[in-house]
Design a protein around this ligand. Structure first.
Ligand code: M6R
Length: 608
């Protein structure tokens, strides 16, 4: 979704802002703009479409002189992706320019009020009310105008502001939308995520909701909503700039698929010490765990799919009820969640609006909350009682890969840990599962080594316009993710189906040549799955099976087979998804799709 950058220092701001916006392109956008302040004047330039249009229009930023400015990539919500609706929005007297992420929920009411006061609106955006409010409240005191403006806004917003009367000063405001401050030497920055900062600095300050900051080249001062100065600690980002670049791969998605063994190792290794699972960041005592009657896992998209996998593993091992539910449903459902419920919230970005809302709702109902998050300092990480980070490094491709597999790895660690604390598994089972989890990085590499065969199958099947993924138990949970991967980057319609459910209606869609991808790694149900494979084959379907290495029986049933490395049945989803991520990638490539930036999608869905 929208991206924000800000710069103040001794260098020309224009090129630095454009470079920052380039690093935020992956979030998804449809127009862009920058505003640079120089000797009491604000110069702004905007363009719809690709960022390259803005670069060409401004000669890579050189046309906008000045050492301090703000930039924005917009993912249209209120109004079409036109140049007029693009940010920054500039006040009519030219004094203020504003960039905004999020949604101002009471904008219609504010727009009416401001119109009555004589302000003229030029765009359809909710953001424009902010610039007029600043104009209205500004009487020479910038901080006071910002506070009065912010007090009028409902909704989620991160704002970047420059004022022509305050050379070299940037204002950054955070309320339920991500914004991070970067500390340089003789220069300071802000951005909606660290990938736009790491080429300049790794020293960052995470703003809390309700806080705002004044940045100059000399320093940063943070205030609370009442205008009192707040002392903030400086955090060090562990990601380096290479981690956020393609490193020779054609797409970030392929790079991130290939990085999975390393990401899994970084996520698992520090948590297994001398054969024992150690969960730093989780303060749940054994007694508290024993008091938990039910676990609810909530998240969106692929993170929800990871939660579905986790629900099978955790319920099987811990013998307590575990349900996964999409956050956008849970938040509006008056759910039966209380003090005896453990709520596990999963999010790569930690900034997904529905996930944050569901987390808040569950906390308000007294649940113990545990977050599985990739981005340090994100909103989900800050809100939850306990946090388990996935150490996947920055994930840039919109289609998550290493984010998902590391989430499943953490859920596996947590499930085995809880099962042992609750006395539900014996020592032998515990050791076998811990060893299995520790082998995931190497097994994942073996799955990646199927690359060439997957490319061949993608060439063979990329022309299908609609297909099915079927499986049972954990294979079914993996189908959900495999199907989403394919449709989001290749735009091919696919459905994930619990194999046993096919004949209750959907089998009507199986016809001559229809591709059915059958996940049959969960060997306890292999025979059942084979019956479903026979059903679809009898109706003319082509079957591509994903089976565990060494399973010879599958050759008699399927037209093509992909083998996933042999694993403990409960750990299969991490390795069986890898060839299917590659399959989605190569199908999309065959079909000439924009793999890293699929149409209509944003990396982090920060609005409802
Ligand atoms: O950042 P999150 O994990 O909270 O994001 C949730 C979903 O938006 C995300 O998993 C989405 O479904 C993926 N981009 C799909 O690949």
């Amino acid at each position: 979704m929208c991206g924000i950058v800000g710069y103040t220092g001794g260098a020309s701001a224009g090129p630095i802002l454009l470079e920052g916006l380039k690093r935020l392109e992956y979030r998804g956008y449809d127009s862009a703009g920058i505003a640079v302040q120089e000797s009491g004047v604000i110069h702004a330039s905007k363009a719809s479409g690709h960022l390259q249009h803005l670069c060409e229009k401004t000669h890579d930023g050189a046309d906008l002189p000045g050492l301090c400015g703000i930039g924005h990539t917009r993912w249209a919500t209120h109004g079409a992706p036109t140049e007029t609706n693009a940010h920054p929005h500039v006040s009519d007297d030219g004094k203020f320019a504003v960039v905004h992420n999020g949604i101002i929920e009471n904008y219609a009411q504010l727009r009416e009020e401001l119109t009555q006061r004589g302000f003229v609106f030029h765009s359809e955006t909710d953001t424009e009310v902010v610039v007029h409010l600043l104009d209205y409240y500004y009487k020479g005191d910038l901080k006071a105008a910002v506070m009065k403006t912010v007090a009028r806004l409902d909704g989620s917003f991160a704002l970047g502001v420059v004022c022509a009367d305050h050379p070299g000063e940037l204002i950054a405001v955070k309320s339920a939308s991500p914004l991070i401050l970067g500390l340089g030497v003789g220069e300071n920055f802000f951005a909606s995520d660290v990938t736009a900062l790491v080429s300049h600095t790794r020293n960052v300050i995470y703003l809390e909701d309700g806080e705002f900051a004044s940045l100059t080249s000399e320093g940063i001062t943070v205030f609370d909503c009442a205008g009192r100065e707040v002392s903030k600690s400086i955090s060090r980002v562990v990601w380096d700039v290479e981690a956020a670049e393609k490193g020779g791969y054609e797409h970030f998605m392929l790079k991130e698929i290939m990085e999975q063994p390393r990401a899994l190792k970084a996520t698992i290794e520090p948590r297994v010490r001398e054969g024992e699972i150690v969960l730093d960041g989780v303060e749940l005592t054994r007694q508290q765990l024993q008091g938990i009657r039910r676990v609810v896992i909530t998240a969106c998209g692929s993170a929800y799919h990871a939660g579905c996998v986790g629900s099978y593993i955790m319920e099987e091992l811990c013998r307590i009820p575990v349900e996964a539910e999409v956050a956008s449903e849970l938040r509006y459902r008056n759910p039966l969640i209380g003090e005896d419920t453990l709520v596990i919230v999963i999010s790569q970005s930690g900034e997904t609006a529905d996930t944050i809302a569901a987390l808040r709702e569950c906390k308000a109902r007294g649940a113990r909350t545990l977050a599985i998050v990739n981005v340090v300092g994100s909103t989900v990480a800050k809100l939850a009682d306990d946090v388990l980070y996935t150490w996947a490094g920055p994930e840039i491709a919109v289609a998550t890969t290493k984010g998902y597999t590391t989430q499943v790895a953490v859920l596996s660690l947590l499930s085995v840990y809880m099962a042992r604390e609750l006395g539900r598994i014996d020592e032998d089972r515990y050791r076998a599962l811990v060893n299995g989890i520790c082998s995931l990085p190497e097994r994942c590499q073996r799955a990646i080594d199927l690359n060439t065969h997957v490319q061949y199958l993608a060439k063979r099947y990329h022309n299908n316009s609609s297909l099915f993924f079927i499986g049972r138990n954990l294979d079914y949970a993996a189908c959900l993710e495999a199907s989403l991967k394919l449709k989001e980057i290749s735009y091919i319609h696919s459905e994930a189906y619990a194999a046993g459910e096919l004949k209750h209606g959907t089998i009507a869609l199986i016809d001559e040549g229809r591709l059915v991808i059958s996940l049959c790694c969960y060997e306890a149900l292999f025979d059942k799955l084979v019956s479903n494979v026979k059903e679809v084959k009898a109706r003319g379907a082509k079957v591509l099976a994903v089976a565990q290495e060494g399973n010879r029986r599958i050759f008699a049933e399927a037209d093509d087979v992909l083998f996933a490395p042999h694993m403990d049945p409960l750990l299969i989803p991490v390795t069986e998804i890898v060839p299917l991520q590659l399959f989605a990638y190569y199908v999309a490539k065959e079909n000439g799709c924009d793999i890293d930036k699929p149409k209509n999608l944003a990396k982090s869905v920060t609005v409802e």
